[in-house]
Design a protein around this ligand. Structure first.
Ligand code: SF4
Length: 995
């Protein structure tokens, strides 16, 4: 150790909680601000060289602490009169040693290693099921990493390896069945793997790291190294640290206490110090609160009740009050609101170092959204999985679109993505940013009910181009056409790889890159920080595939890509202050002004006990591999440390999640019970529950505009130029049912909301039946028929057979796409006999004259208005015509028709001009088959006359500016989509309020 370090160490001896050896191990009491102490120590140790600290290396377990440390160091150096510093090198151990002694050979990338090992596994079909190959490759690599960083060596001979395992398991004979598979899998694959790497001149990155560690010792001695917060070092790292500690070139900083083993927060510290041969440091000073926590988690074997009694005597008043609050929320949303409220309260109190530590990423996202709504920016030290970013979502949508024959769902997602350089995103023409995907969604999907196939979308646009240009403008139509053409072109090479065969992985990656460039996504990714990482990952995968001749089917390639996106994290840059969200590990070196440990359920603290695919803990211990329980002990240590890392800590959990009870973390449960039984309170703050449930504590956007005046039902009077220039049965019925509907749909021209129905629905069934009956009497291309002559008992079988043929042809497309559509077909086939029965009787007096008869002519009383309609069927007899409307659903009653409540049939009679002898519905339902709503003679004549008069009067009134009030009755309103516009709920409430 340099003389000045020794001198400073002695001078500061009283300041350190615990100094061990030659002051090289700084074991700080829980609650000490480690970064501050570290900065203080560095400034003292190197006072002679200030402000130059560039020869110093500070090694953190996680890069998240670096920004905060630099700020702490600068603050302290300013206090000592140094306004600027040449800062120390802050890094992680892996990065530093690999930079110090870079590997000279060819390094296997981390992206390539799983893929390559999986390929090796597939070459041993007896050892591995291809379905499990990815998961097994992951487990094996984890084991290989542990083997490479431990002192254990896998024997060359399988027999010898089996003997070692048998001993570790305590089994006498190494030929025992249960050892056979595990031993031979590990032995065979370990040797295959190492031989394969040797043959290819490759070095595994973990092996390279181990070599760098061993080679870097001499060079490392040229630096002054500070190792902070490392409590989990492997054997090779421990050797490295021990050498540098012994030569006086390295100091260790960590929080904790020595002396505990087993399931205890301090076990990791005890094990580390024992491994470094630095046991038994002097006990660090500990305050009452720390003593209480030590008693709660005591592992000495002293009974629970003895500990409670001792604690009550040692500290009659709880030292945890005002330091620790435990909050149990009703559910996840309430828990997020509690965290949001606490942070905002602390922020208003001027606190600027606030931590929210949680392993629950869903909760973290919700908290972040709530705080950002309040204008508080949150730093996320844990980062995000690349798969959850919008850049990766756009890529997934593109590949989903290719896999699903350009299904409308991924295609729409892609069109809306800012990463696609579509014409509307590039503003090459005047169309609005939403216009193109709006046009696609409305016209190609909802209106035409086309759910997939680029060709079908393109054909639809081609066939309806003029209409679409008229309604959406030429720019939008052209932009959509070129966008679909762009997708078509970009997909070509990728589609060739979807043939179920194996192809070189490099082909997938190059086709993918090419397609991204054609969509403009490549360029946009380069302009985005996440996009750059994504492109880098794809390039690495491409390189790995090319270097190692990796071959995949399309599905295997996607599985590989998805795993890579899940395994890589995006880490936004950190400032090291403000409100920070993080996991337990990232919080290792932090001290806060206030802290929340959120989501403290057993699911996250400690979470599922990690299991190893190979060996139990006893065997791992015998083989010198880290025990599985080690990771749980590290979490326990981090949890215990956090309890003293801020003057005020709040731990939150919740009672239930989606109706299921949530089990509290056992560490929280133990703390709460101990406190309850010792001091009679469970550390809850009831006021917090009250505040959270109070609406005034939530952030609301306050509009300063005056509130709208309460009003009743709307009754707009449309300007005359808004009045429709045609009348139809539908718009006359709307005028009757609720004039406001007429105003919205017919005057304002707002279209009804369309809905995509991938399954055949009742309305589609009705449309198919109408088509069948039309084809039965008229010539329809590609369908059988039409029927010639009359139907009678003599030819009814042929008529039924023809109807069956037509029916199967009409339903063909539906039954091909969806097996459920067959139900609708069979339902209709079951009615054909009844239909022919009816025809036989009906045709005694009537002859079919026309089907699907369209009318569009000026109205007699006002030639500026067109009368439009299409009548399902017109039959003829000697005296006149019969108008028939097919109905597969409900029909109107004669009374309603006569009263003028239902206008469809009388309106058709008016359109036709006559002489019309009869109007009726033909109900095509199993239970009510036959004519209904029939009107003839004077009744018909009077009803039509009344309708004609009403139409004339209404047109006159509308031209005079009559209002169109909303007055739908319950039945009409139930089927109406306009409630949000007419605000019926609002005016009903107002009406009640005024009573
Ligand atoms: S919800 Fe009722 S009142 Fe409102 S527009 Fe529709 S039918 Fe008319």
């Amino acid at each position: 150790m340099p003389p000045q370090t020794r001198r400073i160490g002695r001078a500061n001896r009283g300041n350190w909680s615990t100094l061990s050896g030659r002051h090289q191990i700084h074991l700080l009491a829980y609650g000490e601000d480690l970064l501050s102490r570290l900065a203080q120590c560095i400034l003292s140790d190197h006072a002679a060289t200030l402000p130059d600290l560039h020869h110093i290396v500070v090694i953190f377990p996680h890069h998240a602490s670096a920004a905060r440390f630099r700020r702490v160091l600068l603050t302290q150096s300013i206090k000592q009169g140094h306004g600027a510093l040449l800062p120390p090198h802050t890094t992680t151990l892996v990065r530093w040693v690999c930079k110090l002694c870079p590997h000279s050979g060819k390094l296997l990338s981390t992206t390539a290693r799983t893929a390559l090992l999986r390929q090796t596994l597939l070459a041993h079909p007896k050892l591995c099921d291809p379905q499990d190959s990815w998961a097994l490759a992951d487990s094996l690599l984890k084991l290989f990493d542990e083997l490479q960083t431990s002192d254990h060596r896998v024997a060359d001979e399988l027999r010898e390896f089996r003997t070692t395992l048998a001993k570790a398991y305590g089994i006498e004979s190494h030929t025992k069945e249960q050892l056979g598979y595990e031993a031979s899998l590990i032995h065979t694959l370990w040797h295959s793997w190492t031989e394969q790497l040797n043959e290819q001149g490759l070095t595994d990155p973990v092996q390279a790291y181990v070599q760098s560690l061993n080679q870097s010792l001499d060079q490392a001695r040229n630096s002054r190294i500070y190792l902070a917060g490392h409590v989990n070092l492997n054997d090779v790292e421990l050797d490295w640290v021990k050498h540098l500690l012994d030569s006086g070139h390295l100091q260790i900083f960590m929080e904790g206490q020595y002396g505990h083993h087993g399931y205890h927060p301090d076990t990791v510290i005890t094990q580390l110090l024992d491994h470094l041969n630095k046991p038994d440091p002097a006990a660090a000073p500990i305050n009452n609160y720390g003593r209480l926590l030590n008693t709660v988690y005591d592992g000495s074997g002293q009974s629970w009740y003895r500990r409670i009694a001792d604690q009550a005597v040692a500290a009659p008043h709880s030292p945890a009050v005002d330091k620790l609050t435990l909050h149990l929320a009703a559910d996840a949303e309430r828990e997020a609101q509690a965290v949001d409220l606490l942070v905002r309260r602390w922020w208003l109190q001027g606190k600027r170092h606030i931590g929210v530590v949680t392993g629950d990423r869903k909760l973290a996202r919700r908290v972040r959204a709530l705080l950002e709504r309040a204008g508080i920016q949150v730093e996320d030290a844990a980062g995000w999985r690349l798969a959850t970013t919008s850049a990766a979502s756009a890529l997934a949508s593109w590949l989903d679109a290719i896999e699903q024959n350009f299904s409308h769902t991924p295609l729409l997602d892609l069109m809306k993505s800012p990463f696609v350089a579509s014409p509307q995103n590039d503003n090459h023409n005047d169309c609005h940013s939403d216009a193109v995907h709006g046009l696609f969604e409305h016209e190609c999907v909802l209106k035409s009910q086309i759910t997939d196939s680029l060709e079908r979308y393109q054909n639809h646009i081609k066939q309806n181009r003029l209409r679409l240009i008229e309604s959406h403008g030429p720019d939008s139509v052209t932009a959509l056409e070129s966008l679909l053409a762009q997708f078509d072109l970009a997909a070509k090479n990728l589609l060739k790889l979807r043939d179920g065969h194996h192809h070189p992985g490099a082909h997938f990656l190059s086709a993918l890159h090419h397609s991204l460039d054609q969509l403009g996504m490549g360029q946009r990714y380069h302009q985005d920080t996440v996009g750059q990482q994504l492109i880098h990952l794809l390039s690495e995968m491409g390189q790995a595939a090319a270097d190692h001749n990796l071959g995949y089917t399309w599905d295997e390639f996607r599985a590989w890509l998805n795993r890579q996106l899940e395994q890589h994290n995006f880490q936004p840059p950190l400032r090291g202050q403000g409100v920070e969200l993080m996991g337990l590990i990232e919080s290792r070196l932090y001290s806060f002004e206030a802290l929340i440990i959120a989501g403290a359920s057993s699911e996250h603290l400690p979470g599922k006990t990690p299991s190893s695919a190979f060996f139990n803990d006893g065997v791992r211990s015998q083989l010198g591999l880290p025990k599985v329980a080690q990771s749980r002990n590290i979490l326990f240590y981090d949890f215990r440390r956090l309890l003293q890392s801020a003057p005020h800590v709040v731990i939150t959990s919740r009672q239930e999640e989606q109706g299921e009870p949530v089990i509290k973390s056992p560490w929280l449960e133990r703390l709460q019970h101990f406190h309850q039984q010792t001091y009679g309170n469970d550390l809850d703050e009831p006021a917090l529950t009250t505040w959270v449930s109070h609406a005034n504590t939530r952030i609301r956007q306050v509009d300063t505009l005056p509130l709208p005046i309460a009003h009743g039902a709307p009754h707009p009077a449309p300007d005359v130029h808004l009045l429709p220039t045609h009348i139809s049965a539908a718009n006359q019925q709307r005028l009757l049912n609720c004039p406001y509907q007429y105003f919205i749909y017919d005057c304002m021209g707002i279209a009804q909301t369309l809905r995509l129905t991938e399954d055949l629905e009742k309305s589609d069934y009705g449309e198919r039946v109408h088509r069948i009956l039309h084809a039965f009497y008229a010539d329809v291309t590609e369908l059988a028929g039409p029927w010639q002559g009359l139907i009678n008992e003599g030819n009814r079988q042929q008529a039924e057979a023809m109807l069956e043929d037509i029916s199967k042809q009409v339903f063909l497309e539906d039954t091909r796409n969806n097996i459920l559509a067959r139900g609708w077909l069979y339902r209709w086939l079951g009615l054909i006999g009844k239909f022919v029965d009816w025809e036989v009787m009906h045709q005694i007096n009537w002859r079919p004259d026309a089907t699907e008869l369209s009318f569009d002519h000026p109205l007699d009383v006002d030639s500026t208005i067109q009368a439009r309609g299409r009548i399902d069927r017109v039959d003829k007899c000697r005296s006149g015509f019969a108008i028939i409307d097919y109905k597969t659903g409900v029909t109107s009653s004669v009374t309603d028709i006569e009263r003028g409540e239902q206008v469809q049939l009388p309106f058709y009679a008016l359109l036709h001009g006559g002489p019309v002898d009869k109007i009726s519905f033909l109900s095509l339902s199993k239970d009510r088959f036959g004519e209904t709503g029939t009107l003839d003679g004077d009744n018909l004549k009077n009803t039509v006359t009344l309708l004609q008069r009403r139409i004339t009067a209404t047109l006159t009134e509308l031209k005079r500016g009559a209002a169109l009030p909303a007055w739908g009755d319950e039945k009409t309103c139930d089927l109406c989509q306009l409630e949000g516009l007419c605000r019926k709920q609002m005016w009903e409430v107002d009406d009640n309020a005024s009573i």
